[in-house]
Ligand binder design. Structure first.
Ligand SMILES: [Zn+2]
Ligand SMILES: [Zn+2]
Length: 108
């Protein structure tokens, strides 16, 4: 069990995906619910979906995770609770084309 370190991606979508917004996208594809911001020690309730990259990882894919509005604009590395589901931000793999399918992000 290890927490995951992420940075907010410099590339955020210009327009919402088919889900309406990134948090809804996360909910649609994670099949999870959260009770607050997944940053260690946070837990705030004002949640938005953000595109992030894993730091300290060879995995360079962009993921969507839920974050509070405060952490969503953080320039620092964020430590995310290990149990948090990472949903691919690649819309071709998720809501962008064809039927909605469940994408399992690799667990580190
Ligand atoms: Zn979507
Ligand atoms: Zn937070």
């Amino acid at each position: 069990m290890q927490n995951v370190k992420v940075k907010i991606s410099s590339i955020q979508p210009e327009k919402p995906c088919r889900c309406g917004n990134s948090f809804q996208h996360w909910k649609n594809f994670s099949h999870r619910f959260i009770t607050g911001c997944p940053v260690v020690g946070c837990g705030k309730k004002d949640i938005v979906g953000m595109h992030v990259e894993k730091s300290e990882s060879s995995d360079k894919e962009i993921y969507i995770i839920p974050l509070c509005t405060e952490h969503s604009v953080s320039k620092d590395e964020l430590e995310i609770l290990e149990a948090t589901k990472f949903v691919s931000a690649d819309l071709k793999k998720t809501c962008g084309e064809g039927f909605m399918t469940y994408i399992d992000a690799p667990v580190l």
